[in-house]
Design a protein around this ligand. Structure first.
Ligand code: MF3
Ligand code: CO
Ligand code: CO
Length: 254
């Protein structure tokens, strides 16, 4: 069963979502050549504490970081360490905050300076695929409409979607029903209803769709070593337009 949130629960999801978006924006603003992923993770811990919430990831199935930080060919679930961000890298930041008993989950991909034009295109199309997917998060529609739209947007530009990892329902728990793959068939799957809250999260590869997991047991990397992008929002289905619960001001660049 896909949980339907009550009005009170939705208010709490809004509180959690707003905090999560704020943390992501603040960490994203710190991405620059020379910063270590550990420094970003420690800053995130501080920002999360300032919201009055706590990390939804730290300790989740033993995950050791406050947020997930994944660089270049790392797709998702990267663990912070001594690696220094270099000019031209892309840095995926994925933040989950538990506040008022509910979880917000949101991610973005930040370029460190100017990146290769093909990588810039990857970022633009990946973010666009999230925008289009959210536009399908409509009551009366079907889950497959959201899923199919991601792959359609991405494939039109020659990029591929990761199939082993998927978006998900989100609420009192980080991962709830349903699974939200970045591929599927339009007009199939469960009906979307007001009060459903979904983490929609395209993971898009420049090269092949295949991925593998590093020896740390967490870090997902592309099989061909080419870059990957990730964008994610927690979205509420309403009677009308979808509501992006993790919305934030565009990251301020220094
Ligand atoms: N944020 C990831 C997602 O979008 C899940 C991270 S789980 C963790 O679903 F254990 F790696 F933190
Ligand atoms: Co996430
Ligand atoms: Co998620």
């Amino acid at each position: 069963m896909i949980p339907i949130k009550t009005a009170k629960e939705i208010d709490k999801m809004r509180i959690a979502g707003r905090a999560t978006g704020e943390v992501l924006g603040r960490v994203a603003a710190l991405v620059q050549p020379g910063v270590t992923t550990k420094e970003l993770d420690e800053a995130a811990a501080q920002f999360i504490a300032e919201t009055g919430g706590r990390s939804a990831f730290l300790g989740y199935h033993g995950y050791p970081g406050n947020i997930c930080i994944s660089v270049n060919e790392e797709v998702v679930h990267g663990i912070a360490g001594g690696r220094k961000v270099q000019y031209g890298d892309i840095v995926k930041l994925d933040v989950g905050v538990i506040k008022s008993g509910f979880v917000g989950d949101t991610a973005t991909t930040v370029p460190a300076g100017l990146v290769d034009p093909a990588v810039q295109k990857l970022l633009e199309i990946s973010e666009e695929s999230l925008r289009v997917a959210i536009s399908h998060a409509l009551a009366g529609g079907r889950l497959g409409d959201i899923c199919a739209s991601v792959e359609e947007t991405v494939a039109a530009h020659g990029f591929t979607v990761v199939r082993e990892f998927v978006g998900h329902g989100v609420g009192r728990k980080l991962h709830e029903e349903p699974q939200v793959p970045n591929y599927g068939k339009p007009r199939t799957g469960p009906r979307l209803k007001p009060g459903m809250t979904l983490a929609i999260e395209p993971m898009v590869n420049l090269g092949v769709c295949d991925v593998r997991i590093l020896e740390d047991g967490w870090t997902v990397v592309t099989a061909d070593g080419k870059p990957s992008a990730h964008f994610e929002h927690t979205v509420l289905i309403t009677e009308g337009e979808p509501e992006i619960l993790t919305w934030r001001e565009k990251t301020q660049l220094k």
